[in-house]
Design a protein around this ligand. Sequence first.
Ligand SMILES: NC(=O)N[C@@H](O)C(=O)O
Ligand code: NI
Length: 170
Amino acid sequence: MNILKLEMLSKEAFAPFGEVIEIEGSDWHPINGGTTRRYHHLAPIDAGPEGGRPGISMARGQAFSYPVFVSMLERHPAGSQAWIPCTQTAFLVVVAPNGPDGRPDETGLRAFRASGSQGVNYRAGTWHHPLTTLDRQGDFIIVDRVDGAPNCDEADLRATYLIDGSLKGA
Ligand SMILES: NC(=O)N[C@@H](O)C(=O)O
Ligand code: NI
């Protein structure tokens, strides 16, 4: 069995795949007479080259516990997809680069643990595992393309990867 070690999610580590949406470490400027901090434009919304329709949805993810088994990934070629926790629930972010054959490059598979204060914005075409909420059920805001254009490729991985919660380098 292939063990996939977890990395803590950071803007820098996730940069090849998209953006991390979080208050911690992000720039802000005061608004509303200084009573509010605006953390402006943390991630772009991409609704496709021909200008699809972006929208805001919500999701309630069931709780998963370790070990988590990953055997497939998906991607949205026609737009970005953001997942933002609104109940402080941690979740798994499993991503891979695109391979020369148009399938996930499993040699570059990476697993991150997003804290309940972090969201992610998957860049259009980024291979990722569907929502995997950790420890308890969690509600999320989704920002992605909602106009019904074909926008989800799935790929079975050549192996099954086990995530047991252990950290890379630990
Ligand atoms: N299909 C959908 O809304 N969710 C998936 O894209 C996912 O990333 O979980
Ligand atoms: Ni998705």
